[in-house]
Design a protein around this ligand. Structure first.
Ligand code: CA
Length: 227
């Protein structure tokens, strides 16, 4: 199936050049001139990658990318007219996958698009339902997250096992302790917190921008049902 590239660029001439080059490479292209249109396309269409201009009539590409990163891993390549190092760093710090500086050749952009798509296809991509990202193998006491096997301690394994089996359910610390510890009376309450903390660090190694465990202040923890 053809992968669709979303081009968000308000200068028609540039957008046409890019679109032509990408189509020649075999990609389908959707062009938007504003952040508003792009937001709509991303919400309704299946997009493989977004080429995003920084200066747009109704907003700033960096801000749009930051907003997007709260809910999506869609690969983003920035088109920036500013050549200062700071802009480049900022562009990548906010979760962009790459950038090209204007003026650029469409051929160069196509090469970047191909490289980013190859890279993102190789890394674990998570489904929208985080629970589907987990696979539990009870016999081997192994949990994989986004296709990455987690190296968990016994209690981390048991805690995550309890959370993953009941997504959305809020477990109190007492309840988690009862489920995961052999002698719950002997342990202190904060043991649960300590293990959740180390567990989170291991999950963060797989998905740096996303924490599937939700803290319920004063109550306990749950596994998020949606991203
Ligand atoms: Ca522009």
């Amino acid at each position: 199936m053809q992968q669709k590239i979303l081009v968000v660029e308000d200068e028609a001439g540039i957008a046409e050049n890019i679109s032509y080059a990408l189509q020649t490479e075999g990609y389908a292209v959707q062009w938007c001139a504003t952040v508003g249109e792009a937001r709509e396309v991303i919400a309704t269409d299946t997009i493989a990658l977004m080429v995003l201009d920084v200066g747009l009539p109704d907003g700033n590409g960096f801000e749009f990318c930051r907003e997007l990163r709260r809910s999506s891993q869609l690969p983003v390549i920035f088109l920036t007219a500013r050549t200062t190092e700071i802009d480049r760093v900022v562009g990548l710090e906010i979760g962009a996958d790459d950038y090209v500086v204007k003026p650029f050749s469409p051929r160069e952009l196509c090469a970047r698009v191909r490289a980013v798509l190859r890279r993102t296809a190789a890394s674990p991509s998570l489904p929208d339902t985080p629970t589907a990202a987990f696979a539990i193998d009870n016999e081997r006491m192994l949990i994989t997250y986004g296709n990455t096997p987690l190296e968990l301690s016994r209690y981390e394994y048991r805690l995550l096992d309890v959370l993953v089996r009941r997504p959305g359910q809020v477990f109190s610390r007492d309840h988690l302790m009862e489920q995961a510890w052999e002698e719950p009376e002997a342990s202190l309450d904060r043991t649960v917190d300590t293990h959740i903390k180390t567990l989170r660090a291991k999950l963060r190694d797989v998905t740096p921008d996303y924490d599937p465990i939700k803290t319920h202040r004063g109550i306990g923890y749950s596994l998020r049902e949606t991203r």
